[in-house]
Design a protein around this ligand. Structure first.
Ligand SMILES: N[C@@H](CCC(=O)N[C@@H](CS)C(=O)NCC(=O)O)C(=O)O
Length: 235
């Protein structure tokens, strides 16, 4: 039985974190809003009752519907036997995935620091200040945190040789940062060697290699979470 993923069809966004893990793990899924359209997503989400998701992405597995990227990944990992096999370690992996959730929100807030619903052009001054603080303070703090965590089991992945949902997500984070902040990432190259090794290793996972070469893999774009604005990447 294949999973149903619901996410906005025009951006990689948070849906990409779910796609990457499913592709890496060889899980069958349908990307429903990409088969249909964004209206179908809105209609489906609002038709759901009970403890329904607040926002996409969400995953439907027969009569189970789960929202929140980190929880979707935990659900898949647990159900498919793709975790560590130890509760405490699996919760620590979830902890890292939630740290990624926080980082992704901060990336988004560099270009939309005041309101998600307003145009970038209407919040550029605040964005400039927010991005400067993000580059100088917040981003290195997050990346050092993940780099240190990767040293725990000798790499290239969090558990060593076995990849987890945290590794595919960190790959997407590094790719997204290269797209959004190319000057910064170039200047800082070598500062987080374990993350750089992970970024080089994830594309070698068989399912990921096939996915990255396929049309299913979406390019970053200026409507997504990771966006490139030169003025936000000044050094
Ligand atoms: N914490 C949630 C955030 C979900 C989220 O913000 N989804 C965005 C798209 S990436 C959305 O459509 N938000 C609509 C809203 O917040 O009203 C997660 O990690 O999945």
């Amino acid at each position: 039985m294949s999973y149903q993923l619901w996410y906005w069809p025009s951006i990689p966004g948070r849906g990409e974190f779910v796609r990457l893990f499913m592709e890496a793990s060889g899980l069958e899924y349908r990307d429903i809003a990409r088969e249909q359209d964004a209206d179908a997503l809105v209609e489906d989400m609002h038709a759901r009752t009970g403890f329904r998701p607040f926002a996409p992405p969400y995953l439907v597995d027969e009569d189970v519907t789960i929202g929140q990227t980190a929880l979707i990944l935990l659900y898949l990992s647990d159900k498919e036997g793709l975790g560590s096999g130890d509760l405490a370690t699996d919760l620590q992996l979830l902890q890292l995935q939630l740290d990624i959730t926080d980082l992704v929100k901060e990336v988004h807030d560099t270009h939309h620091p005041i309101a998600s619903g307003r145009y970038y052009a209407d919040q550029m001054d605040a964005a400039y200040e927010r991005a400067e603080n993000f580059r100088e303070d917040r981003l290195p703090k997050f990346l050092i945190h993940f780099d240190n965590a990767l040293a725990t089991n000798g790499g290239p992945f969090m558990l060593g040789e076995q990849f987890t949902h945290v590794d595919t997500s960190l790959f997407q984070v590094m790719e997204g940062l290269d797209y959004a902040f190319p000057n910064y990432m170039r200047t800082m190259q070598g500062s987080w060697p374990n993350l750089e090794a992970l970024q080089a290793s994830v594309p070698d996972i068989e399912g990921v290699a096939a996915y990255l070469a396929s049309e299913r893999r979406m390019e970053f774009n200026q409507d997504g979470i990771f966006r490139h604005y030169e003025e936000l990447d000044e050094q």
